[in-house]
Design a protein around this ligand. Structure first.
Ligand code: SF4
Length: 192
């Protein structure tokens, strides 16, 4: 089928794209990620994706970097990651779904399900909801078993690999988690 694959970044594109093509789909890619903060980070992830896609002859559509709409969608959920991420998925997959309908794709899938850090059930719920509204299908996937291969391949290719999910809240949450891990290591070293 004609499939629009929402891609969050270059490393996460590698395995899902290959799997969906191997399944016989005609795959086009959409970079729809107004969640990514700051703009320089958004552009860095986009350019990493475009460089790989260009070398492989993969078609990519960059959709609007509408940070105001994203901020509005997650407003009030800043400190509630589970609900914030669902709202975030709806914004990104919703943009992809509307674009898919406009360009005549049958369905939408997302690279988000290659990440063991994302909730596949929340992605499925958001994807089905926004795709139904746009009049296309949502292809439910789970690429998590391909995460090690995606990590290895992206490292081998020298791709930029980010250390936080994307939004300003995840940037702060990841930095705090790293700090906690380092503090735990330091305290272990002191005890030894
Ligand atoms: S943590 Fe990731 S999925 Fe959740 S709101 Fe932030 S960017 Fe979106």
């Amino acid at each position: 089928m004609k499939l629009l694959l929402h891609a969050c970044c270059g490393p996460c594109l590698l395995e899902p794209y290959d799997a969906l093509v191997a399944d016989g789909n005609e795959v086009r890619v959409a970079y729809a990620n107004p969640n990514i903060h700051p703009r320089a980070e958004y552009e860095r992830r986009r350019d990493t994706l475009l460089e790989y896609a260009g070398a492989q002859g993969i078609e990519v559509d960059e959709l609007a970097y509408d940070t105001d709409a994203w901020d509005k969608a997650v407003g009030g959920l800043e400190n509630d990651p589970a609900r914030r991420c669902r709202a975030c998925f709806r914004v990104r997959l919703g943009a992809a779904a509307r674009h898919a309908a406009e360009i005549g794709c049958d369905a939408v899938a997302t690279t988000l399900t290659v990440s063991p850090y994302q909730d596949p059930e929340a992605i499925r719920e958001a994807g089905e909801e926004v795709c139904a509204a746009a009049g296309v299908s949502f292809l439910v996937t789970d690429f998590r078993d391909r995460y090690p291969a995606a990590t290895r391949r992206s490292r081998d290719l020298g791709m930029y690999r980010q250390n936080y999910c994307g939004c300003r809240y995840s940037e702060a949450e990841s930095a705090a988690a790293r700090e906690r891990r380092q503090a735990a290591k330091r305290s272990k070293g002191t005890e030894a």
